[in-house]
Design a protein around this ligand. Structure first.
Ligand code: ATP
Ligand code: MG
Ligand code: MG
Ligand code: MG
Length: 479
């Protein structure tokens, strides 16, 4: 089943059960705690917090999500995208555990002709929270899942809250057993690669107190109105239904891998593991970039803009590491392909096609200049390091790369790792702090009128100079 049909079956299933379809919100909803929308429930937060009254008791959506936290997993695990689609159903003081579990089960296991996904029930493993006897009884006695396939898990895995005082509650997650090729038996508790998580059902029934972290807080008592919030990973279900190894090989991402293979002349799945990871990173990051630009993000030096810049630059570097030439522009073609694939579900991408491509290509061009300027210094620094029988690039070199050539420290770290080296990050940070101190002193001097203007004089005397570093500078803001 293609991704498009997975989305459609989901929405139809819940519309039929009385839910109002709500279109995906932008990735950039205003939320002081979030850089990007990272779950289907985010646009519904005011309803769950009781700040607004929902115009419906039941809703369903397929929400665009970006999780920057998962960036380092991309291409390495079989299941983490930076952009993915979370399909969800929501109850605002209406139905609760029994219906939520039954709705999920019937969609997963009903035959395709019956509107379901036709998944073999024997392969599904639900989990419940430690003391949630009620949910366990529903799974075992009403749905008929054998007791040995239902696992109980603690606060960290199976209890949900927004991280602040407010609604919270136990979860029940549904995992799919991919078989012995993917890991050891024993259920999700034993191996989350073999047992891939596809759906999280949250039963909002309590109020949590302040303090503690994700796995250490007090549960104060029951919520006046109980809610349901669920999230199913569309790409993960696609991976299972399409019988492919990982989410990057599903129908909306694999064509990008194929295009990258064509452009670089290197085959996917035939060379090294490192190459395959790069192909998957390209497909994932190119797609996330297009979706972010589509929602209005521009490359920048901090916050959202820096995330986008980092994603686009990783695409460029991965393409080069796979053999694309230094002067080979590939971004336009790749982003064009992403839009071809995603526009049927997100028509705004088609409307904004030219702008999206232009922004991505602009970043490719400016990054190519940065690389051209700094790569020689990096290579010299790496050679000098190895000659001196050290494995650590000095903080001074990392600082020069940053200060003069606009190499973000992430890039230096990544290139160093590829060369089997480390970077003296402490030394780098100390030099950055010194520079900041100097800038501060300069500003004070300017204010008090004691600035030494001779350097500026010198500049003026030398006539106009071309300065290309500005758009390359990176602030210290990290994500
Ligand atoms: P995992 O443990 O695999 O990282 P999660 O527990 O962080 O997943 P939830 O926060 O419960 O995920 O999100 C609900 C659903 O969204 C998951 O069950 C999964 O199907 C999907 N999902 C979560 N993160 C990703 C991701 N990075 N890429 C693709 N799908 C995801
Ligand atoms: Mg996760
Ligand atoms: Mg999980
Ligand atoms: Mg989960």
């Amino acid at each position: 089943m293609q991704t498009h049909d997975i989305r459609k079956h989901f929405l139809d299933h819940f519309i039929k059960a009385g839910h109002t379809e709500v279109p995906s919100a932008s990735l950039l909803l205003d939320d002081p705690n979030l850089l990007f929308v990272n779950a289907g429930m985010v646009p519904f937060k005011p309803y769950f917090l009781g700040e607004q009254t929902p115009p419906y008791d039941r809703a369903t959506s397929v929400q665009k999500c970006v999780r920057t936290l998962d960036i380092d997993e991309v291409g390495i695990t079989t299941r983490h995208n930076t952009f993915f689609q979370m399909a969800g159903n929501f109850s605002f003081g209406d139905y609760f555990k029994r219906e939520a579990i039954t709705f999920a089960w019937t969609l997963l296991t009903n035959s395709v002709s019956d509107g379901g996904y036709g998944i073999d029930p024997q392969k599904l493993w639900p989990t419940v929270y430690l003391d949630d006897d009620e949910a366990e009884a529903i799974w075992r006695d009403e749905i008929g899942v054998p007791a040995e396939r239902i696992q109980r898990r603690g606060l960290k895995d199976n209890y949900w809250s927004m991280g602040v005082p407010g609604p919270c509650g136990p979860c029940s997650e549904i995992f799919y057993d991919r078989g012995p090729d993917y890991g050891v038996e024993g259920g999700p508790e034993a191996d989350e690669d073999r047992y891939i998580e596809i759906w999280n059902l949250v039963f909002m029934q309590n109020v949590r107190g302040p303090g503690g972290g994700k796995d250490n807080y007090e549960i104060l008592g029951p919520l006046p109105k109980k809610n349901i919030d669920t999230g199913m990973g569309v790409e993960r279900v696609a991976c299972i239904l399409q019988g492919v190894d990982n989410v990057y090989e599903t129908d909306l991402l694999k064509p990008i891998i194929d295009l990258a293979a064509e452009l670089t002349g290197r085959a996917y799945g035939a060379g090294s593991h490192a190459d395959d990871v790069r192909f998957r990173v390209i497909a994932d990051h190119a797609r996330t970039s297009a979706m972010l630009i589509g929602d209005g993000v521009l490359p920048g030096n901090d916050g959202r803009g820096y995330v986008l810049r980092r994603l686009l630059r990783r695409v460029v570097r991965s393409m080069r590491l796979l053999g694309a030439g230094d002067n080979q522009a590939t971004m336009g073609t790749i982003i064009g392909k992403v839009i071809d694939l995603m526009a049927p579900s997100y028509p705004e991408l088609e409307t904004r096609r030219a702008d999206i491509v232009k922004v991505a290509v602009g970043e490719e061009t400016s990054f190519a200049k940065t690389l051209a300027a700094g790569s020689k210094l990096f290579a010299d620094a790496a050679t000098a390091t190895k000659k001196s029988a050290s494995t650590t690039i000095t903080g001074a070199d990392a600082f020069t790369l940053h200060d003069t050539y606009g190499f973000p420290i992430d890039l230096t770290l990544e290139m160093a790792a590829e060369a089997g080296l480390e970077v003296d990050q402490e030394g780098f940070t100390a030099l950055m702090a010194e520079q900041k101190q100097r800038a501060k002193a300069d500003a004070t001097a300017r204010k008090t009128g004691h600035a030494d203007l001779s350097v500026y004089r010198d500049f003026l005397d030398r006539g106009p100079t071309e300065f290309t570093g500005f758009d390359e500078l990176v602030s210290e803001a990290r994500v």
